[in-house]
Write a new protein. Sequence first.
Length: 235
Amino acid sequence: MNDQRGIALILVILVTTFLSTLGLGLVMAVFMDRLATGNMSGSVAMLYAADAGIELAARDMANVADWDAALAGGELATFTDGAPAGVRALPGGGEVDLSAATNLLNCGRSTNCTAAEMNANSKERPWGTNNPRWQLFAFGPMAEFPEFARPAPCYLVVWIADDGREQDGEPLADEPDGEAPGHGIVRVRAEAFGFAGGRRAVEAELARVCPAGEGAGCRPGIRVQSWQELRQSVP
């Protein structure tokens, strides 16, 4: 009799352990599913935020008469939250160093870039002296942009640079020859920085619909003529 009671007790313990493990597994599965769904939703929201940064930059560039000023860093967009340098706090925690992020784009390291480093040929920057010199154009918490009714909880940064197809050796100025490749075209990169290191980036080419000197019947505007999502943090 005592042996039977002992066996029954062991079976109860085994069944209880199995059911507890199964229940814990179900709880973890539901938790991970919700976490993955939340991460996916946040990632998609940041992608849309980066895309919105391209559109806002296109709007402002349409109102910039001299693109050379923007390419040289002397013209900023209408949405900024201070000087184009320094550290900014991210919504939800963390920070982004605008100067370091810009240097990473221009030469692959966070400290100041030399001209030789920015002109160096690489797989991502194969144009030598015509390599893009990325300049900060727009930056700020997306929640502060009045254009958005439901902004994503992220910090949005937009850079601008000359088109790499130009062969004028002047990366801080647009090609003046209206017949030359790259005239009236700039590159724009928008990146959304979110919580816990999340980030999404988009790059596009903007072209003037109506370059200067086309006549009174030509209405100025901007055309987004290429668009791509960037999977790497450094181009």
